[in-house]
Structure formats: structure tokens, C-alpha cells
Design a protein around this ligand. Structure first.
Ligand code: BES
Ligand code: ZN
Length: 642
């Protein structure tokens, strides 16, 4: 970036106060912020959305708290085009109220020098803003770049309607900095308010902006102007924005779905259990503290299954199976309203405190709503995922719950360990101490740490104080063994091993086919749920021929499955075993779906089958439609651009 007049030259790396080193050893290794010196408390955002330029253009106004009066404000940024930085003085808003800084008036702004540090390939660039004596607000005029890693700009052809472009954000883990200059650490919480100006075109009056916040209306608001306010303090990775042609349908008094017009009814049908999920979670873990819970169904390019943006979960349309069989994903994202959003991991090295707790709670909700057998099936598949993950980890240390991510991209450090080993640890505690003791313990964890960020050490201390010291394990059960779970690789001996009669029946049916006792066309699959199908399909690799797969397909129409979990698993098996009849469906899948969890194994299967040329050919066509995060992962896998 060119130097502007009055702007200091970029800081040299590793010099005194160098912008490329995080401030202290105990700080978040993924943030340049120094919140112990100057902490951002509130962010006001004012953007105009330009689909033509694929940019957000506008202003971020940051209200800061200064602990060290001589220290600069340090922010995280990645690829932001910064136009100007100004500082000012603002009187604190009346106690308890959230300032409205999106279009703040009455502040006298003074130009200030600022400097961007050297670009780190993982972290981006530090932005240092020196603060004059009284300054407590900072105004940053900027624009995002079209390639911002935290945003995806979709063309109309990538939407269900096909008429309008679409924009959405995905900030976890460290992508908020690519669209908002902020202290992008889960240990720093802010409230925010926003004003978003969306271009309105004729005939597209239902083009709306949504954020992870409550919507406000001002009498003076023009068409296409949207206002938001998030009064609960949240970490930056939970700030979220979506813009597109969207409609709303209520599910209950405090819940609903947003989706493109042609997807809305299907989504509302699929998520009919949301209110009951909320009630179950509240009865276990205390009140839902975010007022509303809405789900936004995104276009299929979304790289994740779901993202727990507060008040507004973002979800992939690939869970709309029609039979509500994949709604545990919504239970999962809802559960984050306690584990993650209310009580947050301080750094990504303790992601298990977000995800392990959330998977555990997700299964408790599933058990309550759909019965123990269903929860057990999901737990069993989860345990399989974990074993598989442990077998392919690149860094052995990643088999611990508390991981070392120094110098690493948190996106790459993402594994099933945080999710499934974390959930298994909590399940062991539950089985050891009994639900009578364990449920109130978990609730107290949330109550006592509400709206704060926590680390493994704090959990260990809390466990010791609130469980180990005051309760004893049930007869013949292991006492809590946090060191073995949190700081040791792998799964401790004697860990819970979920079992399921329904899955045993699947094993028996498959066995009878594989041993030739029963022809494939006669395999007994009556009443199988999608999870049973998944369990069956997972066992096929290496045990069947392409001819067998043709028989499976003939009998069960798997290539035509409308359930994306089953379909993805089936396509993977098909590619692996050389069953060419899946190829056409596979290509269409890879060209429309952006969910990384499906894409990675499918491209890997093509490589393993010696079909690099096919993988490259499809990727060349599909890449532009994938999210920057997905592109990054697949570029690596396929050696794209090298
Ligand atoms: N918070 C995660 C998604 C995430 C994690 C994004 C880490 C970026 C970095 C979300 O809650 C999640 O876990 N989604 C899962 C679904 C879940 C049912 C396991 C997914 O997207 O597959
Ligand atoms: Zn999650």
C-alpha cells in the first residue's frame, strides 16, 4: 500500500514494537491486538455494499478503553484499503446503553498518523494508531478488497433464485479482519451497531441486509438502508453480514428462518423443531440470552455446514433433506448460544471449549427431541470420525484438546479432535458423576462465565473446585482425569464407547450381503434412517466391486439421493471403487456445493483413484464459485497455481 502524506512508513519487522510480533507470550498468537493496553469496546459500522466492485466501502468507528495511557491502539487487518484514520473524544453513553457510532455526529475528528505492519501470510497486517491524550474514539475510513477472505460475493447464477447477487461473511476463525479493522481475537468482546446501504434494483424490493444483531428502523431510513444493534458483547468472529434476496418465515415467537423465496417454505418445514430445541437447551443450561434465534439458509457455496452467528445462525442448504434428518446441525449451532457465544474460547488453541461442549450439548438436545437411539447413532458416527481423524493427523500434538497453534493457521489446525474428543471427555464426566451432578455443573460453568472468554486452565480449575472437590464418582466409574484428556494425545483408555442397536442391525444386514448369504437387491434396509445408511456406506470401501455398487444403486437409487450426507458419502465410495456411473453426479455436485467437509474427501478420492486430471479439470471450472477458504484448502491439495 502506498504511503499517504502524514502517514508513517510501514514498521520494520521484528524491530522494537514491531508490528509483526504479538504483544506478550500469553496473548492470542493469532492477533496483533494488545487489549491489555488499549481495548476496543464498541464498533460502529457504516457501509455501502457494492456488488459491482465486490467491496464494502465505508467507516468503522471504534470506541476504546485505555489502560496504558501512552500505548497505541493495535488492530488486526488483512487486505483492507485504508483511506484515512482520525481520532476523537466521545462522552461515554449513559450507563448500560450501547453507543450508536455507525453514523455518529457531534464528534470532532482529528487526522492522525497510522502505520500498517509487514504482511504476515497467516495473520495479515497490524494497524498501529497512536492516540492523543484524550482520544477514545477512532474513525477508520476504508474499503474491503474483492478477495477478502471473510466475504464471499456470489453471482446470481450461484443462488437459488438466479436473479440477484448475494453476499455473506464468514469470520471464524480469523477472517473478521479482512472486512473490519478490529482486535480479531476471541478474547476481546465488543458490542456493535451498523448501518448498511444496499443498492436496490427495480423488481428486487426484497433485497435485504441481515446481521448477527437485532434490526432497528429509524424513521428517516431510505429504501435499502438497514440498521442493526448488538447490545451483548461478542468476539469479532461472531460479527456477520449477509445481503441478498431473502424472505422471512416465523417458526415461533422468538425464532424464524430467512431464505431465498423458493427455499423458504422448505426451510421452515425442515426447522420446525427449533422452538423445542431452545426449550430443551434452556431447561438444561439456563435462559437463552440473545432474544431471537433465526436461521439464515445460504446458497450452497457456503463452505461450512453451519456457523453460530449470534441471533442468526448461517446454514448450508445441504441440510434441507425434506425429512428433518439433518437438523442436529441446527441443534449444534443453537447450542453455541451457550458454548462459544456466551462463554468463548480465549484463543483458538482451546477451540474444544467451544466445539466439544457444543457437540455434547447438541447430542443432549437430539436425545431429548428424537430419543436416545438417535443420539447414540450420532455419537457412534462421531466416534468413528474421531478415530479416523486421529489416524491421519499431521501433527501428533493435535491429538490433544489444548493444541499449540503458534505460527499456524487456525483454519488448518481445525480437526474433529476439538469436536469429538471434547464431547467424549464431557460425556465421560457425565457418566462418572451422573447427570444430577453434571448438568448443574455445566450450567454453573455458563452462568459464572457468561459473556467472558475462557481457557483450558480456567476449566481445569473450575472442574476441580465445582466437581472433583464436592462430588464423588459413581461406583466403578473413573474420577475426572482432565490432564489425560486435555494435555495428552489420543483418547484415554476406558473412554465411553457409544453403541447402538440400530447400527448393529446395519452391520448384520451388510455382513449378510458381503458374505454372499443375501443378494444386494434383497438386503434388509426397512425403516433405515439416513444415519444408518451413512454407517453402511462408510464400511463399503475396499469391500465391494464396481459391479456391487451398480447393484446397490439399482436397488436403492443412491446416485439420485436427495440427502446430501448420503449422496456425498456414496459419491466418495463410488469414486474410490471405480464405479463410473457416479461421475456425472459427482461433477455436478462439485460445481454447485461449496461445503468443505464434502469437497475435501471427494477431491481426495479422485486423487487416490489416480484421477488427478479429472480433479484438475473440474476444479478449473468450479474454483471461481468456491469460497476463498475453500479455494485455499483445495489449492493446497491440488497444487493449484504452483
Ligand atoms: N463454528 C463452527 C464452524 C467453524 C469452526 C468455522 C471453525 C470456522 C472455524 C460450526 O459451529 C460448526 O462446527 N459447523 C459444523 C457443523 C457441526 C454440526 C459439526 C460444520 O460446518 O460442518
Ligand atoms: Zn460448532
Amino acid at each position: 500500500m502506498a504511503c499517504k502524506p502524514g502517514q508513517a512508513p510501514p514498521t520494520e519487522p521484528n524491530g522494537a514494537g514491531a508490528a509483526s510480533t504479538a504483544s506478550t507470550a500469553s496473548a492470542d498468537p493469532h492477533s496483533f491486538g494488545r487489549p491489555d493496553q488499549v481495548r476496543v469496546q464498541h464498533i460502529g459500522l457504516d457501509w455501502t455494499v457494492s456488488f459491482e466492485d465486490q467491496r464494502l466501502v465505508g467507516v468503522a468507528t471504534l470506541w476504546v478503553e485505555r489502560t496504558d495511557p501512552s500505548a497505541s491502539l493495535w488492530l488486526d487487518t488483512r487486505d483492507l484499503a485504508i483511506e484515512a484514520v482520525k481520532t476523537g473524544v466521545m462522552a461515554a453513553p449513559p450507563g448500560g446503553t450501547v453507543p450508536h457510532l455507525a453514523d455518529a455526529s457531534g464528534i470532532t475528528w482529528t487526522d492522525t498518523t497510522w502505520s500498517l505492519g509487514t504482511r504476515d501470510p497467516i495473520l495479515g497486517q497490524a494497524l498501529e494508531i497512536p492516540l492523543a491524550a484524550e482520544a477514545n474514539v477512532v474513525r477508520i475510513e476504508y474499503a474491503t478488497q474483492p478477495g477478502a477472505t471473510g466475504l464471499q460475493w456470489l453471482g446470481p447464477e450461484q443462488t437459488a433464485e438466479g436473479t440477484d447477487p448475494f453476499l455473506y461473511s464468514q469470520s471464524q476463525a480469523i477472517h473478521a479482519r479482512s472486512w473490519i479493522p478490529c482486535q480479531d481475537s476471541p478474547g476481546v468482546r465488543v458490542t456493535y451497531d451498523a448501518r448498511v446501504q444496499v443498492p436496490q434494483t427495480e423488481g428486487a424490493e426484497d433485497r435485504v441486509a441481515l446481521m448477527s444483531a437485532s434490526r432497528r428502523t429509524d424513521p428517516g431510513d431510505a429504501a435499502g438502508q438497514f440498521r442493526f444493534e448488538m447490545p451483548q458483547p461478542i468476539p469479532a468472529y461472531l460479527i456477520a453480514l449477509a445481503v441478498g434476496r431473502l424472505e422471512f418465515e416465523a417458526l415461533g415467537d422468538r425464532s424464524g428462518v430467512w431464505a431465498e423465496p423458493s427455499v423458504r417454505a422448505k426451510a421452515a418445514h425442515e426447522f420446525a423443531d427449533v422452538e423445542r430445541m431452545m426449550t430443551v437447551a434452556e431447561s438444561l443450561y439456563g435462559p437463552y440470552r440473545w432474544e431471537r434465534y433465526d436461521v439464515l439458509v445460504l446458497p450452497p457455496a457456503f463452505p461450512f455446514g453451519g456457523m453460530e452467528n449470534p441471533r442468526l445462525t448461517f446454514a448450508t442448504p445441504t441440510i434441507l433433506a425434506g425429512d428433518r434428518s439433518l437438523v442436529s446441525l441446527i441443534a449444534h449451532e443453537l447450542a453455541h448460544s451457550w458454548s462459544g457465544n456466551l462463554v468463548t474460547n480465549t484463543t483458538w488453541e482451546d477451540l474444544w471449549l467451544n466445539e466439544g461442549f457444543t457437540v455434547y450439548i447438541e447430542r443432549r438436545i437430539v436425545e431429548e427431541l428424537f430419543g436416545e437411539p438417535q443420539a447414540q447413532m450420532e455419537a457412534m458416527l462421531g466416534r468413528q470420525d474421531l478415530e479416523e481423524e486421529l489416524g491421519r493427523l499431521e501433527f501428533p500434538g493435535d491429538a490433544r484438546l489444548h493444541v499449540d497453534l503458534e505460527g499456524r493457521d487456525p483454519d488448518e489446525g481445525l480437526s474433529d479432535v476439538a469436536y469429538e474428543k471434547g464431547a467424549l471427555f464431557l460425556r465421560e464426566l457425565e457418566e462418572s458423576y451422573g447427570r444430577d451432578v453434571f448438568d448443574p455443573f455445566v450450567r454453573a460453568w455458563f452462568d459464572q462465565h457468561a459473556f467472558t472468554s475462557v481457557d483450558s486452565e480456567q476449566f481445569e480449575a473450575f472442574l476441580d473446585r465445582e466437581l472433583v472437590k464436592v462430588a464423588s464418582p459413581l461406583p466403578e466409574r473413573t474420577a475426572a482425569r482432565p490432564k489425560d484428556w486435555i494435555h495428552t494425545e489420543g483418547v484415554p483408555q476406558g473412554a465411553p464407547q457409544p453403541t447402538s442397536d440400530a447400527m448393529d442391525r446395519v452391520d448384520a444386514a451388510l455382513q449378510s450381503v458381503l458374505t454372499g448369504k443375501v443378494p444386494i437387491a434383497k438386503m434388509s434396509t426397512d425403516g433405515w434412517t439416513p444415519h444408518q445408511w451413512l454407517h453402511m456406506l462408510r464400511q463399503l470401501p475396499g469391500k465391494v466391486s464396481a459391479k456391487d455398487l451398480a447393484a446397490f444403486d439399482e436397488t436403492f437409487s443412491l446416485t439420485a439421493s436427495g440427502n446430501y450426507e448420503i449422496l456425498a458419502q456414496w459419491l466418495e465410495v463410488g469414486v474410490g471403487e471405480g464405479y463410473a456411473a457416479v461421475d456425472e453426479r459427482l461433477e455436478r455436485f462439485l460445481l454447485t456445493v461449496g461445503r468443505r467437509k464434502f469437497l475435501m474427501p471427494l477431491y481426495e478420492a479422485l486423487l487416490a483413484a489416480g484421477r488427478k486430471a479429472d480433479a484438475d479439470r473440474i476444479y478449473a471450472k468450479a474454483r471461481a464459485g468456491y469460497h476463498p477458504i475453500t479455494q485455499h484448502s483445495l489449492d493446497g491439495l491440488l497444487g493449484y497455481g504452483t
